[in-house]
Design a protein around this ligand. Structure first.
Ligand code: HEC
Length: 151
């Protein structure tokens, strides 16, 4: 019992020292599954807004705002999962993403900011502003995919 407690303390201390950044995932595959699941949801809710922006679906302020808030919140989740060492293998992410962590993280931050703006204009309810911000945010998604996602 005492031994086990010691281990818990050791693990906790190591976790703190490493910023606990990667301690959340027991296995590399979990990090991959985690980010792919999150990005799948991000993609689904982003496309729902896309259908409105393209005029395929009628504009409903409340529904669009919900999607914008969901995408903004979900997208805050996966950075650590992306940056988990070794997680390029067997995934759709290029090894460059891990080799260029700063650049990847910077692009992630840019998209976070674009999505926050999108949520704000969605709340405002001006469809033209929404369309234009949807395009800006989408361009930031594409920039990262072009650089770091396998085709
Ligand atoms: C900072 C880089 C980056 C940004 C920004 C980014 N993505 Fe991605 N995205 C990736 C990478 C890398 C993958 C591949 C992940 C993998 O296979 O492990 C991915 C995968 C995806 C997937 C596939 C998920 C699945 O089913 O496996 C979708 C959908 C997606 N992104 C949508 C988006 C949308 C929408 C945005 C913008 C709101 C966005 N992404 C912004 C890097 C990014």
């Amino acid at each position: 019992m005492k031994k086990r407690m010691t281990w818990v303390v050791v693990v906790a201390v190591v976790g703190v020292l490493t910023g606990a950044a990667f301690a959340q995932f027991a296995k590399t595959e979990d990090a991959i599954k985690y980010r792919q699941s999150v990005m799948f949801l991000v993609g689904q809710h982003y496309s729902r807004m896309g259908a409105v922006v393209k005029g395929e679906q009628p504009y409903n302020k409340e529904a669009l705002e919900k999607n914008a808030i969901l995408v903004e919140s979900l997208y805050r989740l996966p950075l650590e999962a992306f940056m988990t060492p070794g997680s390029d293998k067997g995934s759709g992410m290029k090894a460059d993403a891990l080799a260029q962590k700063d650049k990847f993280s910077q692009m992630h931050k840019t998209t976070e900011a674009e999505l926050a703006k999108l949520a704000a204009v969605a709340k405002g309810g001006d469809l033209n502003a929404i369309k234009s911000q949807f395009g800006a945010a989408g361009a930031s998604c594409k920039a990262c995919h072009d650089a770091y996602r396998n085709k």
